[in-house]
Write a protein of this length. Sequence first.
Length: 94
Amino acid sequence: MTKRERAAALVFLLIATPAHAQSGLSAFAAELASTILYSIVGIVMAVIGFKVVDWLTPGDLAEEVTHKENRALAVLAGSMMVGVCIIIASVLIS
């Protein structure tokens, strides 16, 4: 078993074990592992959301915002990212 497989098995065991069956440090480790996992999922989904917004807008959104300093597109991209992140957070919490 490789290190990656052992780490994945440990994370699975920490997440799959009910919180009431754990004590002290192991409960903290389980919550920490699930927080890190959900954070990674949320960040990946937010990046995908940004790429979709970039795909839907004409031109290169990142170039328009960084090099041409288009503030209107920056506000559009920012508000779309906030909306996507709110949706992602509500899905991950429930």
